[in-house]
Structures are given as C-alpha cells and as structure tokens.
Ligand binder design. Sequence first.
Ligand SMILES: NC(=O)c1ccc[n+]([C@@H]2O[C@H](COP(=O)([O-])OP(=O)(O)OC[C@H]3O[C@@H](n4cnc5c(N)ncnc54)[C@H](OP(=O)(O)O)[C@@H]3O)[C@@H](O)[C@H]2O)c1
Length: 301
Amino acid sequence: MTSDKEILITGASGMLGSKVSSVLAEKGFQILAVFDSNEKFVPDGKNVKKTHLDITGEINPNRFKNTHTIIHCAAITDVNFCELNKPFCREVNVAGTKNLINLAKSLNAQFIYISTPMVFSGRKGNYSENDETGPLNYYGKTKSQAEKAVLKYGKGLVVRVNPIGKRPLGAHPSFMQWFMDTASSNRSFSLFTDVVINPVSTATLADFLSKIIDKFKPGILHLGSRDRVNKAEIWEEVLELFPDYSGTVTRLSVDKTRDGKAASRPHEMWLNVDKAVGLGYSLPSWKEEVRIVLNEILNRK
Ligand SMILES: NC(=O)c1ccc[n+]([C@@H]2O[C@H](COP(=O)([O-])OP(=O)(O)OC[C@H]3O[C@@H](n4cnc5c(N)ncnc54)[C@H](OP(=O)(O)O)[C@@H]3O)[C@@H](O)[C@H]2O)c1
C-alpha cells in the first residue's frame, strides 16, 4: 500500500521507530514521524513529515485525519529506570498507549503495538502467542498491561520482538553499539552469559511491518530469528572484527547485576515464531541479523 494515507509512527526518534520510519518512507509510504524530546534523531526523507506529540497528553484527532495505521514504538525502555520511576514509566507505557488506542478508535485506524518478550518470566523460553504472560520487572508489567488494552481494540495487533539495531548518532547507544565501542576501545567489562534471545534487526523488522500493514490481522504475532542465541555469543561475533581486543571479560549471570535496586531480568527471552513462519514470513538466522546491524554501525563511522 503506497497511498496518500499516512502511517503514524511513534518513537521515530528511537532505535526502532527511526529505522521503521526511514524504511517505510523509502518504500513509498507517507510517514508521520512522532518524536517527543528528540526531533534531531528523526530521519529526514522525502515521505517523512515530523511532528511533536507527547503521548501522555491530550491528543487532538484532527491533527491526524489522514492516518490509516499507527505503529506504536514509543516507550520508556530503560528497564532499571522503570523500576525506579514506576509512575512515570506507567504514564508513558500504559496511559500513553491507551491515549493512542483512543486516537486509533476515532480514526478507525489499524494499531500495531511493538512489545517485548519481557512480558514473560523467561523461565522456559520458546514462548508462543498463547502463553500466559508473567513479567518479572516493572517495565515488563507496563508492556503487558498496554498489550491487554491493545487487544481489546478490534483493530489492534501486538508484535512481540527482540529488535537489535543502532540508535541515531548522539543518542544513548544500543547494546550492539555498546559492544562495538567496548571492543574498539579495548575496555574490560562484565558479560552476561545466560540471556537467550532470537533477535531481529530493525531493518528486517521494518520490512516485516511493511507487509503487516497490507495484510493486517488483529491479535498477537511473535517475530524473531528462526534460531536462538545467547547474548554472549553475539559478543564473540563482534570480537571477530576486533582480533586484537585485549580487555578482560568477566562472565556473569545476569542475576549478578542486581544490586538490590535494579530490575530482575528474564533469562530465556526467545520466542516461538511458528505462527510467523505459517503466515509466510521468511525468518532469518540470528547471525544474518547481527551482521546487518554490525554493517550499519560500521558504515556510519
Ligand atoms: N530496545 C530493545 O531492546 C527492545 C526489546 C524489546 C522490545 N522493545 C520495544 O520496542 C519499542 C522501541 O524500542 P526502542 O529501543 O527503539 O526505544 P528507544 O530507542 O528507547 O526510544 C524510545 C522512544 O520513545 C519516545 N517517547 C518516550 N516518551 C514519550 C512520550 N511521552 N511521548 C512521545 N514519545 C515518547 C522517545 O521520544 P524522544 O526521544 O523524542 O523523547 C523515543 O523516540 C518499544 O516499544 C520497546 O518496548 C525494545
């Protein structure tokens, strides 16, 4: 679908929303790219119109009359920050999502909500769309509450995913950027050895989203690589680019990062993607996705 109808993308200044905005714009979609504080991180482009919106405030639907689909990528994503700032996190992640659902209702728009495997406890992994949620931390709780509100809306789709990518230059680095930076500057650090994911790059996810817009079906959909990976193996992949790295890597359980205040983190965060395969999505391997992101990061430097 490449029509005059606009796709409203929240979080267009963030890691995922910025990529989704630029990829969909390149495909010919008209993008209304929403930022809150960081207009400078929203990509420029022929089909991109930037607009400020604080999703926790009142939203005037007249501003968005041409919107056909909302892709909601905005959230407070810092898991420890959420644990320490619960009311603020709830306001953005839950109340903000409900405000956008009301907007979608008044426009009769499709609503695609980007969610996370952190809605699960991470005790077993291989979570399917029908599994009960049971978040360990406050961030996961807010994402789970927001999902429930999305699913009550007849035109709501929850997409759970572990996106990997790069944040715009000057923004807080993504974990892939942080790995690259650590390796290239020879820094020592502690590496978690017990967090398992099936990641998908923001570029691949943006491509999947372009298909979802056209074949929209409400409900829940898990997207990810077809195989799973321990985050420590991603570090090994990064190290292949830096054979002279001589820092010290202390291998730890993610549970050891808890100092009493930090959030609990799930271990087995990999999603069952059989439904996506059945729907015809050609899912990549984790190595393909990691390489896409490494190339993106290298090209920018
Ligand atoms: N990153 C991950 O590892 C991960 C994993 C699983 C799922 N997810 C989900 O994927 C989505 C995207 O994550 P991300 O890492 O790309 O996010 P991010 O880089 O942390 O960006 C967050 C975005 O939310 C926007 N935002 C925050 N408060 C807002 C408000 N009150 N009104 C409007 N916009 C607001 C920010 O806008 P400004 O900067 O302009 O203020 C920014 O664009 C999120 O829903 C997240 O839960 C992420």
